[in-house]
Design a protein around this ligand. Structure first.
Ligand code: PLP
Length: 372
């Protein structure tokens, strides 16, 4: 197992003084101070012990209320497990569901950590390439073709990192039908669910018959600018979650108690600051897309969600690694080469809009000088 290309690019970028880093998938906003203050008060108040392995009881109940308000959902506290970030939920879900030699089907390009999560229990990641021309949405017939007798889980990620694709309700309907007819399970990574700019976020979990076979993964990291607190959660049918709880318990005992109190404070807060962050991401994406669309040789996929832009650079360089390294060396702008997200990402680069507009503009000026 190697370190990720994203990390490698980060280390190379750190060698420059003047670098503008568009590689990091982390909001630049600090956690709203109200959350940090409440978490500290709760720590002083004694919330410094192990929590139940399932997680802080008040947090679980607040999450249950939050999601049960959403159309088509009824998520009871007994179905929820709090985890060490979305990463903890993904790793534990795979260890729970996958046995050695079984296949996990993953639309490509995909979040690079999936390879390790699938690999821990000895699973095999089977990529299913998606295409720019189809909005990077997983095509139902492509899923059907990829299924074999050893296929066990479909791992979906909508909104997607790195493409920003948000799967439409009609595609989810078709995917759900195939999943049911082949008796597959689904892990639905929805950590960017609140960062959607066009269309509406929908979950495969709400499709008929899917609540019995789907584990949903959520996180506080991106929506609430809380990456360092390391709190995420998963929910699913009790027959799976009872087993997953054991995996979480043996891996981490429980997530940080203070982190969980911070997450609770985030849920109890007025949503104003979070809506403002989403608006800022949308404005940044608009700005960067507009700039990129004016540059010769680039084909830009306008993301419907997340804070990434996936750009086709093949007219300039077939090898996106060479493109990214030259851009870093010559103009000190860091982006992530698309092959980091699977073979079909070759020829693309991922740009994270996680900097202020002024810096993004400056980065676009440098990219323009690099290209022109
Ligand atoms: N899933 C996707 C698609 C991501 O991009 C990330 C982080 O970048 C995660 C899961 C994990 O996030 P965290 O562990 O911070 O909740």
């Amino acid at each position: 197992m190697g370190f990720s290309v994203i990390r490698e690019m980060g280390l190379r970028a750190a060698a420059y003084d003047n670098v503008i880093d568009l590689g990091i998938g982390e909001p630049d906003f600090d956690t709203p101070s109200e959350i940090s203050r409440q978490a500290l008060l709760d720590a002083f108040d004694g919330h410094t012990h192990y929590t139940p392995s399932k997680g802080d009881t008040e947090l679980i109940s607040e999450i249950s209320v939050l999601h049960s308000r959403q159309a088509g959902l009824l998520v009871s506290p007994s179905q929820i497990v709090i985890t060490h970030g979305g990463m903890g939920a993904l790793a534990c879900a795979m260890q729970t569901l996958v046995e050695a030699g079984q296949d996990v089907l993953v639309p490509e390009p995909f979040f690079p950590a999936y390879r390790a999560h699938v690999g821990y229990p000895g699973g095999r990641l089977t990529p299913i390439a998606t295409r720019f021309e189809e909005g990077f949405a997983l095509q139902p017939d492509a899923l059907e073709r990829a299924i074999t007798p050893t296929s066990k889980v479909l791992l979906l990620n909508s909104p997607n990192n790195p493409t920003g694709c948000v799967l439409s309700g009609s595609v989810l309907d078709e995917l759900a039908e195939i999943v049911r007819s082949h008796d597959l399970l689904v892990v639905s990574d929805e950590v960017y669910d609140r960062l959607v700019y066009s269309g509406q976020f929908e979950s495969i979990y709400t499709r008929p018959g899917m609540a019995e076979r789907t584990v949903v993964v959520k996180s506080f990291s991106k929506t609430y600018a809380m990456t360092g607190w390391r709190v995420g959660y998963a929910w699913g049918p009790t027959w799976i979650m009872e087993e997953m709880l054991k995996v979480v318990n043996y891996n981490t005992a429980c997530p940080s108690s203070v982190g969980q109190r911070a997450a609770l404070a985030a849920l109890r807060m007025e949503p104003g600051p979070f809506n403002a962050m989403r608006t800022a991401f949308r404005r940044r994406i608009d700005l960067v897309c507009r700039r990129l669309e004016q540059m010769p040789g680039l084909k830009v996929f306008r993301p419907q969600g997340s804070f990434y832009i996936f750009v086709d650079v093949r007219a300039i360089a077939e090898d996106s690694r060479a493109f990214a390294l030259d851009l870093l060396d010559q103009q000190q702008v860091a982006v992530v080469p698309g092959y980091a997200f699977g073979a079909s990402g070759q020829g693309y680069v991922r740009i994270a809009c996680t900097l202020k507009r002024k810096l993004l503009n400056k980065a676009m000026d440098r990219l323009e000088s690099f290209i022109c």
